[in-house]
Design a protein around this ligand. Structure first.
Ligand code: PLP
Length: 376
């Protein structure tokens, strides 16, 4: 809070900005390597492609999951090693494939026969992971209806790859973004082991298991507990089905685990008004304090729509005094655009604020700025 206030005053800031805590990101790295020591994280660039975040992850030794030409380009420009990139999209555009091939990317995923024909044409020497479906039904964002092969498709997908002379090297899965059920990871590892055995019977050298993303990003004690429970369950599944003696390379594609809690969004209050609420007899029953802020649903707060996020607003009094902070008012917070849908918080308790004060929103690093538009 003090640092944000200092920046606002010294630099006379008048627009929303992000603060990234590099220490938090480094702590996340330590948490990952101590809880999941066998798995190398290939950070999912789609989650937050901020150059500072990517630079730090490169320096810590991360690989990367890229889903487009632009993401591959960004990692290569930042000095990332293309041999530590998985092109993690099971259905790719040929021009993006061409770019990845030229950049030196070797590893990708597939889950349909059609993608194999495309791979044969554009990337015949690709190392392929068969993406299988295994869902955590309680995950925040479900991915399974779109990507991941069903059990009755495994044989055809392996056989077609064999017939086309393509090289399957392992299995990938993603149980859903913002997962909470450790057993979903367990089930997925179990199924992956079965697909490894199938792949071996088709003559493939199965040597890579990609356990995907889904690891929770919240830095609260509850969020951290969830992560360690998932890690424990995943480790025991790996020890059971993929012990070190099986010599399988283990990677993951975590996004929000690294990005979410390291970034705080700080937004200015553009204006305010107090509205009266009337009771049935026409008397004033209460007041609602309404604020317009500099960011909203069309900007970084698109995570309310697309990532099912619930935002946590905290006041940053820059012009008004701290007096009255205990007296919380029923408040509404609007984004800056013309659209009524652009309402960030419909009913929240805040101290009375005014134009020139700010609000800040912790844990806003995942699936926010990457999908923000310049609408209005
Ligand atoms: N990998 C793939 C293929 C994804 O689709 C996603 C997110 O949608 C991720 C990784 C990152 O997931 P998360 O941020 O939940 O770790």
């Amino acid at each position: 809070e003090e640092y944000a206030k200092q920046l606002i005053m010294e630099k006379q800031l008048e627009e929303p900005f992000y603060l990234m805590d590099r220490g938090k990101l480094k702590r996340r790295w330590v948490q990952w390597t101590s809880n999941l020591p066998r798995i190398v994280p290939y950070y999912a660039v789609k989650c937050n492609n901020d150059p500072g975040l990517l630079d730090l992850l490169i320096s810590l030794g991360a690989g990367f999951d890229c889903a487009s030409e632009a993401e591959v380009a960004r990692i290569c420009a930042a000095g990332g090693d293309p041999s530590k990139i998985v092109f993690g999209s099971p259905c790719k555009m040929p021009c993006h494939i061409n770019y990845a091939v030229d950049a030196g990317v070797k590893l990708t995923v597939y889950d349909s026969v059609g993608e194999l024909y495309k791979t044969k044409k554009y990337w015949p020497n690709a190392n392929l992971l068969l993406r299988i479906r295994e869902d955590d039904p309680n995950a925040r964002c479900q991915l399974g209806s779109k990507y991941g092969a069903n059990a009755d498709e495994f044989a055809e997908l392996l056989e077609s790859a064999k017939t086309l002379g393509l090289n399957v090297v392992g299995v990938a899965f993603h149980v859903g973004s913002g997962a909470s059920d450790p057993h979903a990871f367990y089930r997925a590892v179990q199924t992956a082991s079965h697909v490894f055995d199938m792949g071996t019977t088709y003559g493939f050298k199965m040597e890579v298991l990609d356990v995907g993303g889904g690891f929770p990003g919240g830095g609260t004690p509850a969020g951290e507990k969830q992560f360690s429970e998932i890690a424990m369950c995943l480790n025991s599944a790996l020890d059971e089905y993929f012990p070190p003696s099986r010599h399988v390379q283990l990677i993951a594609e975590p996004g929000r685990f690294f990005a979410e809690n390291s970034a705080t969004l700080v937004t200015n209050i553009l204006g305010n008004r107090v509205r009266k609420i009337y009771d049935e007899d026409g008397g004033v029953s209460s007041n609602v304090y309404e604020y317009w802020i500099g960011d909203g649903l069309y900007g970084n707060m698109n995570c309310i729509m697309y990532d099912h996020a619930e935002l946590n607003a905290r006041p940053l009094k820059v012009v008004s005094s701290g007096v009255g902070d205990q007296d919380l008012k029923r408040s509404v917070v609007f984004g800056p655009s013309c659209d009524g849908l652009d309402t960030v918080l419909h009913d929240v308790k805040l101290p009375e604020l005014e134009y020139g004060d700010w609000l800040y929103f912790p844990e806003m690093g995942a699936y926010t700025m990457v999908a923000a538009s310049a609408f209005n």
